[in-house]
Design a protein around this ligand. Structure first.
Ligand code: ATR
Length: 286
């Protein structure tokens, strides 16, 4: 990397941020396309968001990713927010166009691409989604356009109601809402085509946990777990053992990063290079 006076600066803001995979992934992409850009990680708690965005304008930082806990907090300080991000109340990508800060959400597009690239056909399918947090909302907003039927299961009853209502109003799709339990999961999976775990259950250090009993997984089910730490979650392993197709959670991260890259540069992202960079960082345990 040759940093010079002409190098454009990009970055990610969040807290914690030291273990973010974005710098590795985005710098590999900049390098591959010979772009004179550098991508850095900035530790910014929610209380620092306003100053950080003032700094983005003042220092002409060209683009930022926004991660936990700042995805909602950045919105009041942006000049424009795209339709998806507005609906979700969540921005993960900011583009600085001559001081005009535009916010986008690429999380859902990441999930969509990950499924598409793994040859998962969404049309007419029944999707069961576990969780009702930011990631779940982003996924549901994008996938609801294509699937036929949705079942939203969440531990905290009532949290999915508003989401289900707006999905129903916007996309006119059948949406069922239930409180998450092993029996509602089992029941919902009986005639489901796709299952997505959008909760953080199964994430290290609780890697032996899964919300889905292995016996509920049919070989015809497609399973995507957004957890990628550990590399293979218990749910992914159980799904593989049951003969089901598994879409790696890391793919969603890579494709949301690729979508951010394309917003910033206007160029097609070198996805394979980004994937290899991320895998290498995870292997090294940095
Ligand atoms: P993110 O933005 O990554 O989606 P989040 O907004 O904190 O994170 O959402 C986390 C999701 O995981 C929520 O749906 C949460 O359920 P609650 O709404 O009931 O809190 C879900 N979740 C976390 N731990 C869980 C557990 N042990 N069992 C079931 N669901 C869990």
């Amino acid at each position: 990397m040759n940093v010079s006076g002409k190098t454009a600066v990009y970055g990610v803001i969040g807290d914690p941020i030291a273990h973010s995979l974005s710098p590795t992934m985005q710098n590999a992409a900049f390098h591959e396309l010979k772009l004179d850009n550098v991508f850095l990680a900035f530790k910014v708690p929610t209380t620092g968001v306003e100053n950080a965005l003032r700094g983005m304008r003042g220092l002409s930082i060209q683009g930022l990713n926004v991660t936990m806990p700042n995805k909602a907090a950045v919105i009041p300080f942006l000049d424009e927010v795209d339709e998806t991000a507005k609906f979700l109340g969540s921005v993960n990508t900011i583009l600085n166009e001559n001081g005009n800060l535009r916010g986008f959400s690429t999380d859902g597009a990441g999930a969509h691409h990950a499924l598409e690239e793994n040859d998962v056909d969404l049309k007419g399918k029944k999707l069961v989604l576990l969780g009702a947090g930011g990631a779940a909302k982003a996924i549901v907003f994008i996938l609801a356009k294509e699937v036929n039927e949705l079942v939203l299961l969440n531990r905290t009853a009532g949290k999915t109601d508003a989401l289900a209502e707006s999905i129903n109003l916007k996309f006119h799709k059948k949406v069922t809402v239930k409180t998450l339990s092993s029996s509602t999961v089992q029941e919902s999976l009986q005639d489901a085509d796709i299952l997505i775990n959008a909760t953080n259950v199964g994430m290290n250090p609780h890697s032996n946990e899964s919300l889905v009993k292995p016996a509920s997984i049919k070989p015809s089910l497609v399973v995507m777990d957004i957890v990628y730490n550990p590399r293979e979650t218990k749910l992914a392993k159980d799904a593989k053992d049951a003969g089901a197709k598994v879409v790696d959670g890391l793919e969603m991260l890579i494709y949301q990063g690729a979508a951010s890259f394309e917003i910033w540069t206007g160029k097609a992202a070198p996805v394979e290079v980004m994937r290899q960079a991320v895998l290498k960082q995870l292997e090294c345990g940095r």
